[in-house]
Design a protein around this ligand. Sequence first.
Ligand code: ATP
Length: 503
Amino acid sequence: QEDNFKKVISHAKEYGYVFQSSEIYDGLSAVYDYGQNGTELKKNIREYWWKAMVQLNENIVGLDSAIFMHPTVWKASGHVDAFNDPLIDNKDSKKRYRADVLIEDYVGKLDSKIEKEVKKATKRFGDKFNKEQFLATNPRVVEYKEQGDAILKRMGQSLAKEDLADVKALIDELDIACPMSGSKNWTDVKQFNLMFGTKLGANAESAMDLFLRPETAQGIFVNFLNVQKSGRMKIPFGIAQTGKAFRNEIVARQFIFRMREFEQMEMQFFIQPGTQKEWYDIWKEKRMQWHLSLGLGADNYRFHDHEKLAHYADAAADIEFRFPFGFKELEGIHSRTDFDLASHEKFSSKKLQYFDHETNKNYVPYVLETSIGLDRMFLAVFANSLQEEELENGTTRTVLKLPAVLAPTKAAILPLVKKDGLPDVAHTIIEDLKWDFNVSYDEKDAVGRRYRRQDANGTPFCITVDHQTLEDQTVTIRHRDSMEQERVAIADLKSIIHEAVDM
Ligand code: ATP
């Protein structure tokens, strides 16, 4: 598993997807830059989301609000008081951990034990294996599961009550049962605010303390009435936005999974109070369908319904994805009630209500939120697509099987040789295709090597121009995943590629 993840990170660097920030200065921890291919992949994911959320929904519109916001926003949202992570230091290793993450990692170990049992049983029983029944009845598995649930429940309760001493006690107990860091020398648990502070204004005395936004959602809440009125929006309606968010994360070891500067894609759906359960179910389903539409494999996703709810939510679930280091949160779906709008009403003394013309009544709408990290989605897609394949001739190839719709380059145009006018024909094809797709040109090395390079780059099609092309205006098109090649007319290339890469 760990090796796999290392391969993902080094491949991302080698092929221009993700670089460490400020690398020549030894990097900045948990901050990353996207290279020439990463930028395209990220943009394509963002567009895929935007199209599904905004373009295809008559009643959802976009917004692009500023990163800087009035400081009172973060009081109203609860981020000043409650956006805290419980921290614990290990005195021996001098390492700092997020207490809840440490505990969850422990539960993750129990989960891997369950997975091992499942694998063993699958081998033993073959076709007759019934996974659901096994999970529900195998005594060892049931015990691991119950143990994990009990640990998470206790952590949730202690954190909800802010009983940090009990969180510490839990860590001690788990550390004795199974050492988590090779030592048992922990400090007390402390709270730590995750927002980055900065100042607005040059004059030291009058400068205003600001925060870099830790989520994009608040920009939507404070603009709720602006959009509703100017767009004559009728409830139910949604506002979607993508943009940067900043968190001073403590545990930041998992590449672009947990970053200090990252991008979110959020949508708040404004609804009538009392209808939240219905909309919660609808959006859970819709978001899962969006993920499944990318074809990364249904068994890589699962829902995790929260028992421990944040202060603003009356129901919450995560869509979890099987990352190289196990199942982890990819997206959150939260039923936020009127917590945010009502709180902004209180702090701003402005009415944030909707007038319903049918019932002639004013009310503060309830909100259903879907929130996904763009970088985390990038990691899910990238890690899942990176595969090593054994070929029939005994060699292996590295192939990045990105969904065609998301691939940075849709086709590479390759002249078979660098002479006889083949490069000119290749360039003519590029001139025609580049208005519709990102395409690239490659004439270096033998064509087999070039195919492999494009495989590793994630390019779905290679189009090869050869001597026959000069006679009959046809080329070969090679498919990345099947490696099959067919002869097609240059005139048909556009429609073939469109067919494969359009949403
Ligand atoms: P986690 O428990 O992993 O810290 P969270 O519950 O704090 O996540 P939310 O506040 O619900 O996350 O944010 C919504 C989404 O934003 C997450 O599902 C995740 O995809 C993304 N996200 C949150 N924090 C980060 C981060 N530090 N780096 C990258 N993506 C993030």
